[in-house]
Ligand binder design. Sequence first.
Ligand code: FES
Ligand code: FES
Length: 100
Amino acid sequence: MKFSTFPPEPVIPCKKPFKVDVVGGKRYSWCTCGYSKKQPFCDGSHKLKAQTFKPIRFLPDKDATMYLCGCKFTNNPPYCDGTHKQDFIISAPLYEENDS
Ligand code: FES
Ligand code: FES
């Protein structure tokens, strides 16, 4: 029997941030679960693979270049805060699409 952990943890699709040029006034959904195939954004995969997760929606007020967290363990979502440099991320398994 497999016990689930609580709180649930995301999988790690990437161990560094995604540099993204965002458009002011456009709505974005940052993937929190790590299962999306369109990182760093949500593609709806959480509905099948991680139902306790929801994307974080944000609306930039102007065009900008952002560094969005790829490891999913940032303390300042959706932005990278450097957490990916910590040992627990470096030593954690990287999620590959065919893992599921
Ligand atoms: Fe990860 Fe939607 S696919 S939050
Ligand atoms: Fe997640 Fe930097 S990529 S904190």
